[in-house]
Design a protein around this ligand. Structure first.
Ligand code: MG
Ligand code: ZN
Length: 205
């Protein structure tokens, strides 16, 4: 099984393929679970999708400043048999539906369906999905950024020299407290919410 790029409801409106470096665009790569939507661990159904407050505004803000917004997500639940690729795609369609109610959307979704033990190159902190998106959409990686709630998001960003924005998962009991110090230390920007992460990134430009 190969990892599948997906553009959401057939409504993809990305840029024309680049014809030269001058046409490359900046992107913000965005983690899904724990960053855009509440991480329920192996989210299996679209009816359970709940976007964090401020996510719609943040996505809208990034796109208004000319960034593509590309979701990069590890979905090992597929390899584990917990849900199917079509269930993942239904969740992405639901995320789009919720964002579109607020007048915005994600430009593309890419996911890794493999288990960690498969040793694929597309599971974060692997960089293959970022590189694929860069080719597909004409993205200039050095002027792009990554926002996520896990150390593996920060690590993937480091490998590609992206600006990294670490947004520790909201909530009283984070799922991965042991990572937080390290991720906060290594990230370019730390922010208490997705929206503030987007704002701090734009302030630096
Ligand atoms: Mg996450
Ligand atoms: Zn993979």
């Amino acid at each position: 099984m190969s990892s599948a790029p997906e553009t959401g409801n057939g409504a993809h409106r990305g840029p024309a393929p680049p014809s030269g470096a001058g046409h490359l665009r900046r992107a913000v790569f965005v983690d899904r679970d724990g960053t855009l939507n509440v991480d329920t661990h192996y989210l299996a159904g679209p009816e359970k999708v709940e976007l964090y407050r401020g996510v719609t505004e943040g996505v809208s803000l990034l796109r208004s400043r000319g960034f593509l917004v590309v979701v990069i997500t590890n979905q090992s639940g597929i390899a584990r048999g917990l849900y199917t690729q079509s269930a993942v795609e239904a969740i992405h369609a639901r995320i789009q539906e919720l964002l579109r109610r607020g007048g915005t959307e994600v430009d593309a979704f890419y996911y890794c369906p493999h288990a960690p033990a498969e040793g694929c190159a597309c599971r974060k902190p692997g960089t293959e999905l970022f590189e694929r998106a860069a080719r597909d959409l004409g993205i200039d990686l050095p002027s792009s950024a990554m926002i996520g709630d896990r150390m593996l998001d920060v690590e993937a960003a480091e490998k590609l020299h992206l600006t990294s924005i670490y947004v520790p998962e909201a909530g009283e009991r984070p799922h991965y407290p042991e990572e937080q110090l390290e991720a906060a230390h290594r990230a370019s920007i730390i922010a208490p919410s997705f929206l503030e992460g987007c704002q701090r990134l734009l302030e630096r430009l």
